[in-house]
Design a protein around this ligand. Structure first.
Ligand SMILES: [Zn+2]
Length: 236
């Protein structure tokens, strides 16, 4: 069986970034132009001409999207799983597949890599390295020496100056985007319904914002465990 290990990671990411920045700028520039020229009849012709130039950018986006889809069509994880997941489109799929995910690691390591932990620890090793850890036990990931002080922190993960975090920035961003998508897709998709169920199961006295955050985290974790399973099967 051919390996599902991903190559060209940074190239794929660059393709996504290019697509997204062109799209964003096209929309922003269009809005700006419409504002500037609003109601001014004598500039109507010029406005239309510039807007049609911007439309050419749409063609560029379409081309880039075609390239993305072509890559995905050849990726077994996409063709056998991701393409069927409602809420996960080509861009998000390729961002996920561009991550250097290690299928030999267990699912808890994946969750930590995506920053999906209910709490974390701020610690210091024997050599003075400041760390943010996902587990209470372990050694310093920088110098492999023992941990000398550790403190449990409830609440959101935050990058802190001088502290080495355990999660991956790209992965965490993707986890956030996945959560957004699953909430948006709602009853129309499996993970949207999973989100609703997870939310219902949270204690009723919990603040709505906390219930939402927990349900999102659990839903994305569920999705990742399925992705993990799929990648392992394909690599077997
Ligand atoms: Zn250290």
């Amino acid at each position: 069986m051919r390996s599902v290990a991903v190559q060209n990671n940074s190239l794929w990411r660059a393709l996504c970034d290019t697509f997204e920045s062109i799209q964003k700028e096209r929309i922003r520039a269009g809005n700006r132009l419409n504002m500037i020229f609003k109601g001014a009849d004598e500039t109507e012709e010029l406005r239309i001409r510039i807007l049609s130039r911007l439309e050419e950018l749409e063609r560029v986006e379409e081309g880039l999207e075609k390239d993305l889809k072509k890559i995905l069509k050849e990726h077994p994880v996409y063709t056998s799983f991701l393409r069927y997941v409602k809420g996960v489109g080509p861009l998000l799929s390729i961002r996920l597949l561009a991550l250097p995910l290690d299928i030999n690691k267990n699912i808890s390591s994946w969750w930590a890599y995506f920053g999906l932990v209910p709490f974390h620890y701020v610690a210091k090793c024997e050599n003075g390295h400041g760390l943010i850890l996902s587990k209470e036990r372990g050694i310093c990931p920088v110098c492999q020496s023992p941990i000398v002080s550790i403190e449990k922190v409830n609440g959101a993960l935050r990058r802190k100056k001088g502290l080495k975090g355990f999660w991956n920035r790209q992965a965490r961003k993707i986890a956030y985007l996945l959560g957004e998508q699953f909430v948006k897709i709602g009853e129309r998709g499996y993970y949207g319904r999973a989100y609703r169920r997870f939310k219902e199961r949270q204690p009723q006295d919990l603040q709505p914002i906390r219930r939402d955050a927990r349900a999102r985290r659990l839903t994305v974790k569920l999705f990742l465990s399925h992705l993990h399973e799929c990648m392992r099967e394909l690599n077997d």
